[in-house]
Write a protein that binds this ligand. Structure first.
Ligand code: UGA
Length: 428
């Protein structure tokens, strides 16, 4: 069987995980393209530039064989499929910065001039509705000097979560194939066919783009609503974890993303909701729920500090321990981590911060170089006046006697993870 040549532009979470997972099919030949030379070097040394469970072991097996990383776009001239997986960060006004997408489309177009195959371009990056049709396709057609009929275009959003990206890629709930041409539908189905029994939904390009935003907006809404219920429960001395478990048993609602806490972090939810609000406003809509989802999320970190102050008084010159810096467990990513506004506000109030995280301390050092980073929770807790648990790391579950070294055993959970009985919760 002849190999499928695949080029993947962008070596971030989506691009590298897609490349690694597709390399496990033995009929693929994959090139991952990124302009960041350092990243390319790390990948070609069979390592991931970021922590993601199971990713290193796939890279160990396939890099140098059917998976290679490069800064050059030349592989596209013999590609059957090109995936666009570059970042779409937010501009200061919340709109989407499409410069990486435009650069990628332009470089892909140029490289396609020498491609004599019928190539399929698959957009996996999260892009505002109509971007594929109105921006990406025209750039690629103009740079490649090809006709629309000579290429296929698919919008195939990715729903993987950091920390379980490989598992999510291999076992997705659904695969969304956006295309405006019926003949393009089956290309990815053939590629993904080793994924068992997964429902495929065929939609238009712009519908696929919107499904991604609507999904993230809905998940974030579940969290903010849970937090709002949790805040009310806290006032009434009701355990919101138990309440949300009861709520989630309703099949129409579902158990997931109902955990109250200190709010959502990560590179996607806030960015995507801002982009959706921006798109809506540009079309004369004023999406009140989406705005409230963000407002609730921004307020949660302040609440954990208010609770701390309520329990220990003024935090000036007090030692406060932060357990957990990553935006969630099983990642070293700190983007939009709720620890960031908490540490910033505590420092503004004159507190002395010690911190521990099993994976994200190096990343946080770039943000806050002058707080104390410790090798163990116990070291961070020594003589502390208060402790805030900010990430749901499994290893925090069993913390118990470690709290004995605190000066004042005030422990507040921003995420429900401790088995230790003496802690207070932000919403429970
Ligand atoms: C999210 C989506 O879950 C993915 O489907 C999507 O592909 C991805 O964004 C993206 O657009 O790239 P991710 O940001 O990796 O994935 O992480 P999540 O597991 O969704 O968690 C986001 C935040 O919500 C974390 O800070 C987590 O602690 C918080 N969270 C999650 C809660 O506060 N409560 C919950 O019940 C669930």
């Amino acid at each position: 069987m002849s190999k499928i040549n695949i080029s993947i532009v962008g070596a971030g979470y989506v691009g590298l995980v897609t490349g690694a997972c597709l390399s496990t099919h033995n009929n693929t030949n994959i090139k991952i393209i990124d302009t960041d030379k350092e990243k390319i070097k790390i990948i070609n040394n069979k390592k991931s530039p970021f922590y993601e469970p199971e990713l290193d072991s796939i890279l160990q097996k396939h890099v140098g064989k059917n998976l290679k990383a490069t800064t050059r776009f030349t592989s596209i001239s013999s590609a059957n499929i090109v995936f666009i997986c570059v970042g779409t960060p937010q501009n200061p006004d919340g709109s989407t910065n499409l410069s990486f997408i435009k650069n990628a489309a332009s470089s892909i177009g140029t490289a396609l001039q020498n491609n004599t195959l019928h190539c399929t371009i698959v957009v996996k990056s999260t892009v505002p509705p109509k971007t594929t049709e109105n921006i990406i396709i025209p750039i690629i057609l103009s740079e490649s000097r090809k006709l629309k009929s000579e290429l296929s275009f698919i919008m195939n959003p990715e729903f993987l979560r950091e920390g379980r990206a490989i598992e999510d890629f291999m076992n997705p709930d659904r695969i969304i194939i956006g295309t405006n041409k019926n003949s393009d539908k089956k290309v990815l189905e053939n590629l993904y066919n080793s994924l068992d029994m997964i429902p495929y939904l065929y939609v238009k390009l712009s519908e696929a783009e919107m499904i991604k935003y609507a999904s993230n907006a809905f998940l974030a809404t579940k969290i903010s609503l849970s937090n709002e219920i949790g805040n009310i429960c806290k006032k009434l001395n009701i355990n919101s974890n138990i309440v949300m478990t009861g709520v989630g048993l309703d099949n129409r609602i579902g158990q997931m993303f109902l955990k109250p806490g200190v709010g959502f972090g990560g590179s996607c939810f806030q960015k995507d909701i801002l982009a959706l609000i921006d798109t809506a406003k540009k079309h004369g809509e004023n999406p009140l729920i989406l705005q409230s989802v963000l407002d609730t999320n921004i307020a949660q970190p302040t609440r954990i500090i208010l609770l701390l102050e309520h329990l220990i008084g003024n935090v000036k010159d007090k030692k406060i321990t932060i357990l957990g810096l990553a935006f969630k467990n099983d990642t070293d990513d700190i983007r939009e981590s709720r620890s960031i506004p908490v540490i910033r506000e505590l420092l503004n109030k004159g507190a002395i911060i010690s911190a521990y995280d099993p994976m994200a301390m190096n990343n946080m050092k770039e943000q806050f170089p002058h707080i104390q980073y410790c090798d163990t929770p116990e070291e961070a807790l020594k003589n502390s006046d208060g402790c805030l648990v900010m990430t749901e790391w499994n290893e925090f579950y069993k913390l118990n006697k470690e709290f004995n070294v605190m000066k004042n055993k005030i422990i507040i959970e921003g995420r429900k993870i401790l088995s230790y009985k003496g802690a207070k919760g932000i919403c429970w």
